[in-house]
Design a protein around this ligand. Structure first.
Ligand SMILES: NC(=O)c1ccc[n+]([C@@H]2O[C@H](COP(=O)([O-])OP(=O)(O)OC[C@H]3O[C@@H](n4cnc5c(N)ncnc54)[C@H](O)[C@@H]3O)[C@@H](O)[C@H]2O)c1
Length: 713
């Protein structure tokens, strides 16, 4: 890459125009060579005859995406971070201290280091384009803004608004940025450069400025005083501790740095405090794991789902069979991303509910001002519904989401294929049935695959693309590409019981029922998995969400296919009889109010199931190992022996995005590597001796233990 060409200095009379356009890269990012080049250009501008400067990007919708994460990932020692961050401080200080005013003309993503660079400028103008987002997402990578963001953002917009952005890793659009005082003006993208240059001429006469937050009104002034500030910051600390469960150190560290440096007149001291905070969190395993997870997600963008260079077929329109919970969700997501969708059901009431589901979700976006009425109408016009096969001859894809019954599905697939063009791909959203078997309903099984979404479809990022025995590469690539277009993260999995995620998750859920049987309380088990291990919710809450009836049904299917690893405890059989379905009938392990909000534990569960009062005699370690180690065992079998997926990365990505497995642990198999196969195997043997053969470690895991191997070598 020609670094000289990546940051160019163009003279516009007495205004210096600094153009950012990293050669050979899709985005502008602040790598070490880019930072050095920036320093060179800043010095050149400072030494030149200029009266003001404008920094602008020449990329279509990126200002600066941030620092180079690859460089952060490669750093191991505190000293490495210190050197790199100190250099960035020096360069941004140089920019801030230039004798002439500098304007950042922002169009597109202005994130992390890019936002921090703009904060070292005197003025910021932004385009009103939807691609323009300004923010500091560092905490999502387990670090804090380290190029001055923790110091300069609060200085510019006040500590309260800055906490909101930094602690949550948020980005704001240009209108919100203007409201906060983060940008001075918002203009149409076509006039951005012109307005910035004009503004540069105007401010040249006024000279430098440092944008300092000015509180509004008497109340605003009070909030700046130290007692009010301590109170607000204290609230942020409490809320953040609660939200992160103590598993993510970066957001708390960011609050700490903002608290210590706010209103500081000594910039160097403030930046030194920020640097210390940055180094403290950057070296943690949590940060390394979160950066790995970021790469896991990014890697999907480059994948096609197949190994050769087979091309996905273009998808302009699709149909969803079944307008229920899943069908309605799938139709919403597809239409939301610009695909024409037809919903077909067997009764009008279901179609109406499916359409209402989409309407309600877009309505919420209108209320939150995320989309306007025009956009709402455009999106709504993309979904239609009916009971017949009208228009199916033009469709590129049909997604089947009807009742979970093999015979019905096979028949419906055959009927559907008869109405579609031969190259139309039919995909099933089945969660437990064999895709290979179901493909027998299709006249050409090559054009049949699985497309397993997770519930709720609009929130859950994972899609398992299931390759049946006869699925063609082209069909797999088409559904993989379609999933990406729908904003999802697809993982290709081989056909098999429960595919990947459910197969790994079910032993964990069943073990919770065994823990209940063994005298543990619902409360303690849920708390230990959520608070101590970091799962998004405890297993009993999750079973209530999924539906206890569904869990029991799936467990039975798995027991038939996976044998002794899935042993259903007696309490689960009794649960079937007790009329507890979970959240959907407001009677599960917990009670729920009319709106479905979880209330307290339904203590009648214990008597209904014939259990005595829980004794909670097991240690936290044992409680957690009994649920997590069988998941690792199942994952080892799926990956190494059955090749359900090809790499440990895919297991980790699927478990994080499909079940919320704690990202700070890097994924199930990264976690397993930190514990070690030997310890896991030994513990599984002990548990098998104590509780039964369901814990028996599988051969691949035993081999790993013997040879001291890791999943990630
Ligand atoms: N609910 C979940 O959490 C979840 C998650 C992943 C996958 N799935 C799978 O998705 C599928 C649908 O599940 P759901 O929860 O949305 O079910 P649902 O009961 O909410 O909806 C099924 C819909 O299909 C309709 N239907 C039945 N026969 C039909 C036919 N011949 N043609 C057209 N429509 C027909 C029904 O009228 C109903 O509206 C199942 O295969 C299920 O295993 C469900």
């Amino acid at each position: 890459m020609s670094i000289q060409e990546s940051i160019r200095l163009v003279s516009k009379g007495d205004i210096a125009l600094i153009e950012l356009d990293l050669v050979g890269e899709k985005v502008n990012k602040l790598s070490t060579p880019v930072m050095f080049r920036l320093q060179e250009v800043v010095k050149e501008v400072a030494a030149g005859p200029f009266k003001a400067a404008v920094i602008i990007s020449r990329k279509p919708s990126i200002f600066i995406a941030g620092a180079d994460i690859e460089e952060i990932r490669a750093m191991k020692k505190v000293e490495d971070y210190r050197v790199a961050v100190t250099k960035a401080h020096d360069i941004f200080n140089l920019l801030e201290d230039m004798r002439i005013p500098v304007i950042a003309a922002i169009h597109g993503a202005c994130m992390g280091g890019g936002c921090e660079m703009s904060l070292a400028c005197d003025y910021r103008i932004a385009s009103d384009d939807p691609s323009t987002k300004i923010g500091l997402p560092e905490v999502k990578l387990g670090i804090i803004p380290g190029f001055g963001g923790c110091v300069r953002l609060p200085r510019a917009i006040g500590y309260q608004a800055a906490l909101d952005i930094i602690v949550q890793g948020k980005a704001v659009d240009s209108r919100k940025a203007e409201k906060l005082g983060l940008v001075d003006r918002v203009v149409h993208v076509s006039t951005l450069e012109e307005v910035a240059l004009k503004m540069a001429s105007e401010v040249a006469a006024k000279g430098k400025r440092v944008k300092r937050f000015k509180p509004k009104g008497a109340m605003g002034a009070v909030m700046e005083l130290s007692p009010a500030r301590s109170f607000v910051i204290g609230k942020w600390k409490d809320g953040t501790r609660k939200q992160t469960g103590g598993h993510y150190p970066a957001p708390l560290k960011a609050i700490d740095v903002i608290e210590k440096t706010y209103g500081f007149s000594n910039r160097e001291k403030a930046l030194a405090t920020e640097l210390d905070g940055f180094c403290e969190v950057a070296v943690t395993d949590v940060s390394k794991n979160l950066i790995n997870v970021f790469y896991l997600m990014e890697s999907v963008k480059k994948k096609t789902g197949v190994s050769g260079d087979v091309k996905a077929r273009p998808v302009k329109s699709l149909a969803v069979l079944g307008a229920g919970t899943m069908g309605g969700g799938i139709a919403y997501v597809a239409a939301d991303k610009g695909i024409d969708v037809r919903m077909k059901d067997i009764n009008y009431a279901a179609v109406s509910l499916g359409l209402k589901h989409a309407r309600d979700l877009w309505d919420k976006l209108v209320k939150r001002k995320k989309i306007d009425r025009y956009e709402f109408n455009r999106k709504m016009s993309r979904v239609s519904g009916g009971l017949d096969f009208a228009g199916f001859g033009q469709l590129d894809v049909v997604i089947e989401a009807i009742v979970e019954d093999m015979n019905i599905k096979k028949k419906v697939i055959a009927d559907t294929a008869a109405h579609c063009k031969p190259e139309c791909v039919i995909a099933t959203n089945t969660s437990s049935l064999s895709v290979t078997e179901m493909a027998k309903g299709h006249p050409n099984p090559a054009n049949f695959v699985g497309m397993h979404f997770f519930n709720p479809v609009h929130k859950m990022p994972l899609v398992e693309v299931i390759r049946g025995e006869k699925s063609s590469d082209e069909a797999v690539a088409t559904i993989f590409e379609l999933s990406k277009r729908m904003g999802k993260l697809p993982v290709v999995v081989k056909d098999g019981p429960g595919f990947l995620v459910n197969r790994i998750l079910v032993p964990y859920l069943i073990e919770a029922a065994w823990l209940l049987e063994d005298g543990m309380s619902i409360e303690t088990v849920d708390r230990r998995y959520k608070k101590e291990f970091g799962m998004p919710m405890g297993p009993f809450t999750l079973m209530d969400e999924i539906g206890i009836d569904v869990c029991i049904k799936v467990s039975k299917i798995f027991n038939e296919s996976l044998g002794e690893r899935i042993m259903i405890p007696p309490v689960m059989k009794k649960l079937s009889a007790s009329g507890r379905l979970g959240k959907k009938n407001r009677k599960g392990f917990y009670l729920y109010d009319e709106k479905g909000k979880q209330l307290e534990i339904d203590t009648t569960v214990y008597t209904d199931l014939g259990l005595s009062s829980p004794s909670d005699k097991l240690s936290a370690d044992e409680t957690i190992r009994r649920g997590i180690f069988p998941m690792i065992n199942e994952a080892a079998l799926s990956l190494i022996e059955e090749r359900i997926v090809e790499t440990p990365d895919e297991v980790d990505l699927a478990m994080i995005t499909g079940t919320g497995f704690p990202p700070f642990r890097g994924g199930l198999l990264r976690y397993a590597d930190t514990v070690g196969a030997k310890l896991i195997c030994d513990e599984l043997e002990v548990l098998a001796g104590k509780y039964g053969q369901r814990f028996k470690p599988c051969t691949p895991l035993k081999n790993m233990a013997k040879t001291d191997r890791k999943f990630y070598s």
